[in-house]
Design a protein around this ligand. Sequence first.
Ligand SMILES: Nc1ncnc2c1ncn2[C@@H]1O[C@H](COP(=O)(O)OP(=O)(O)OP(=O)(O)O)[C@@H](O)[C@H]1O
Ligand SMILES: [Mg+2]
Length: 304
Amino acid sequence: MKLAILSRNAKLYSTRRLAEAAREQNHSLRVLDPLRCYMRIASDGFQMHYKGKTMAGYHAVIPRIGASVTRYGSAVLRQLELMDVYTPNPSDAILRARDKLRSHQMLAAQGIGLPVTVFGDNPDDTTDLLSMLGPPPHVIKLNEGTQGAGVMLTEKLSASRSVIEALRGLYAQFVVQEFIEEAKGADLRCFVIGNRVVAAMKRVAPRGDFRSNLHRGGKARGAKATVAEQEVAIRAARVLGLGVAGVDLIRAKRGPLVLEVNASPGLEGIEDASGVDVAGEIIAYVNERYRRRAAKRAVASRRG
Ligand SMILES: Nc1ncnc2c1ncn2[C@@H]1O[C@H](COP(=O)(O)OP(=O)(O)OP(=O)(O)O)[C@@H](O)[C@H]1O
Ligand SMILES: [Mg+2]
């Protein structure tokens, strides 16, 4: 299989590991910077060039598109899809996953558990908005926050109100959630490939914090997801249309709740914590799906 990885930096751990795994499984692979891919869009055919040369003949592409290049990166990926290149994570699925409100709505509509979440626009509605959520503690999250940086816990209604007021003053987008206290500052990252959770790790918050992000001093270790947790993680990835996803769950009394579905989950933490060759699993999955699709097409074209 002739494989491309869309990644800004070939030296990143995840990109390096995928390249290594592809070579081990005897595929040819190139790392392409999505910002150096440019394209011709016309009704007589799609074309893509990379650093002055035609890009053609790729069978599959693995997108590793960071949040900062979501828009351009997903346009490049869409062009490759239109040029019949297989991807485990289509551009539309990546855009759905990146939009937290949209993905929460889609997951909840399918009955997947989430912390109850509210959002609103007008300051006049804040009191009623918070009453729709229920009593504090509340978790307030900036939409563009990541690595735990934009996540706040408010213990009193007055605190929720004043934080919301301050954020509105800064024109920040945010959601407010019920606080799942019994999670005790831990979350569970499930690495989903196709219809399997291939690896999982538990991240535990440092003392005195409720956020388990490794960038906030959280600690990771390998963990086993229960059957119920695996099912939720696999369904969440499927609802959003992702073949490869990092699904973050918290363990609540009423069952596993989805916090986030990541379309470009990192490999370093999870491979270290679980000891699983996640990169190898991804390459094997992409190869299998690509071959299955090619076989189906061959049958369809013989039937004419
Ligand atoms: N509703 C909640 N109740 C209890 N703990 C929560 C809740 N939401 C988040 N947390 C804790 O805070 C951490 C950070 O929250 P979250 O993952 O939603 O934001 P983020 O990591 O900043 O953004 P993202 O994961 O979307 O990039 C979680 O890993 C979890 O430990
Ligand atoms: Mg997170």
